[in-house]
Design a protein around this ligand. Structure first.
Ligand SMILES: [Zn+2]
Length: 289
């Protein structure tokens, strides 16, 4: 059961002085969410990184991502025709090319949503969403693998979990400043966490990491990395039509020339040491059910 309020009077207005740090951190963390985010404690790694809170673990990310996926699927119509099968085939090929540790940790699932929004996004834990508005602009499987590999990297690098830990730290900091020690609890319910996962905006550095990880993944899966340039070119033609959900590609971090240049440099370096298979045409209209 989700206890959103958790208004135990015994816990009210008590600070770290009257309880152990562990109790304080546990209580101010996700207790109200009804999910056990056990690692929200001061770990040596978190302390070393200068952070008070460790990021939610993989299991917690999957719980939050599953809740968020339910919200997304309530809002959008999921497509189950040949488009969905094709996206799933490409996604599974990328999954199979991942290092075993990533393959075994995350539950990647591939959904196609009927929507004119030109976008795609991933939720923590591994649910991936491709809007038909973007799908129909992709002219090769390689370009689709580029989007998908990029999104999968946000999951594998746990970008939401890191942002979540930082946000908790900020909220706790504000709580301490204001003399209240249950700050931010409202935002820490499972529903609130799911919202934060859906609306998450990534930093430039995270986008770059996702581009790099996506490129490595698609090449390991036997796709042609030029697919990423095709993707960027397709997106550049329609910039400004980003998803209202705060999806990934066009909403908040439009393509910068730096980003495209960086991908071109990475691909040129790859071409120096490898040759790649030809691009595989993708005919969207033939896949429409
Ligand atoms: Zn991204």
């Amino acid at each position: 059961m989700i206890d959103k309020n958790n208004t135990n009077p015994e816990n009210a207005d008590q600070g770290p002085r009257s309880e152990s740090r562990r109790q304080f951190l546990s209580r101010t963390a996700l207790a109200g969410a009804g999910i056990a985010l056990a690692p929200l404690l001061l770990t040596p790694q978190a302390a070393e990184a200068g952070g008070l809170f460790a990021a939610p673990n993989a299991s917690d990310q999957k719980k939050v991502g599953a809740e968020a996926a339910q919200q997304v699927l309530k809002k959008y119509h999921e497509v189950f025709d040949a488009r969905a099968r094709h996206f799933n085939t490409i996604g599974q090929r990328l999954v199979n090319a991942l290092p075993p540790s990533d393959r075994n940790t995350w539950d990647f699932k591939f959904h196609v949503l009927e929507s004119s929004e030109v976008n795609a996004f991933a939720l923590p834990g591994g649910n991936m969403f491709m809007f038909t508005g973007l799908y129909k602009l992709l002219s090769t499987d390689d370009a689709m693998a580029a989007v998908t590999g990029h999104e999968m990297t946000h999951v594998r690098k746990q970008h939401w979990a890191q942002a979540s830990a930082k946000s908790q730290e900020r909220q706790a900091g504000i709580g301490i400043l204001l003399g209240i020690f249950h700050a931010g609890r409202a935002a820490q319910t499972l529903a609130g966490l799911a919202d934060s996962a859906i609306g998450l905006k990534f930093s430039r550095g995270e986008e770059d990491q996702a581009d790099e990880g996506g490129l490595q993944n698609l090449v390991a899966a036997g796709y042609n990395p030029e697919g990423m340039i095709q993707l960027f070119n397709a997106l550049a033609k329609v910039s400004g039509n980003g998803g209202s959900l705060g999806g990934d590609f066009l909403s908040d971090h439009p393509l910068t020339s730096d980003r495209i240049k960086h991908a071109q440099q990475r691909i040129a370096a790859m071409k120096n040491v490898n040759s790649f298979p030809p691009l595989t045409p993708l005919n969207y209209s033939s896949l429409r059910g």
